[in-house]
Design a protein. Structure first.
Length: 256
């Protein structure tokens, strides 16, 4: 049984996935296709159906995350678990929070913040999937799992908006900022606790060592600005689209 699983999950393949290669673009197209097809399907469905779809996405997010810790050792063949997958990154932290805000009313007040931050950070990852690039076959477990996880996280966020379950407002962006700062502090704690002399972790990019093309001292500030800036842009797009749709509905002729 073990030999079969090792062979099944082994990172074997003829091609490598690189940034904006045909394989990367294919993953983006499939993810967006599934999300917007689901959004169109739910458009005129009752709220009960919409809530069920959101629940399915939320359960899929957390299931993919937890299952990864059991399958990951088999995919590498050495029974090792990648510590970097602990929930200290923006996306993994938001993935853990998704079931809480989806199924527990006590966390409803931060659902808009989790939705916005989870949508933005997963979108940024899918655009530049650093851990899924470079010498890795496009259809091995590691690549499929990370795109599925981030795709479902982004899908949950988008569907929360398209179904009306979450409403974004500029005046509520302070909650996104607070959640972002809290996640950065959480990532900082993890980076200091788990880093060793031989392996340095850079969760939430607090050490500035993740991308070599950005100066180390500027990296933490650049990431914070980029993430919050994108949250502001997404909120602006959402508000604008909502206003345009409202005006379009007002202009439709009333039939008797």
């Amino acid at each position: 049984m073990r030999e079969f699983l090792l062979k099944f999950f082994a990172p074997e393949g003829k091609y490598d996935i690189t940034l904006f290669s045909v394989w990367h673009i294919l993953y983006i197209a499939v993810i967006l296709g599934v999300i917007f097809s689901t959004a169109l399907y739910l458009k005129n469905k009752p709220q009960k159906t919409k809530n069920k779809a959101l629940s399915i996405y939320a359960l899929t997010v957390i299931t993919l995350y937890i299952a990864d810790f059991f399958i990951m050792p088999l995919s590498e063949g050495d029974n090792a678990i990648d510590i970097d997958k602990l929930p200290f990154h923006f996306c993994t932290a938001m993935g853990v929070l998704v079931p809480f805000v989806q199924f527990n009313r006590r966390f409803a007040r931060v659902k808009d913040a989790v939705c916005c931050l989870g949508l933005v950070t997963s979108l940024m990852y899918i655009t530049y999937p650093g851990s899924a690039l470079g010498g890795i076959p496009p259809f091995c477990y590691k690549v499929i799992q990370t795109f599925m996880f981030h795709g479902c996280l982004m899908g949950w966020g988008i569907l929360c908006l398209t179904t009306g379950d979450v409403v974004l407002r500029f005046k509520k962006l302070w909650k996104v900022l607070v959640l972002m700062i809290a996640t950065i502090l959480w990532g900082t704690l993890g980076s200091h606790v788990y880093s060793t002399e031989t392996h340095i972790y850079d969760w939430c990019f607090v050490r500035g060592e993740m991308f070599s093309f950005v100066p180390k001292l500027l990296m933490p500030l650049a990431v914070r600005g980029a993430v919050f800036g994108m949250c502001t842009v997404i909120t602006g797009i959402y508000v604008t689209a909502k206003r345009l749709l409202a005006k379009g509905s007002e202009k439709k002729p009333i039939t008797v």
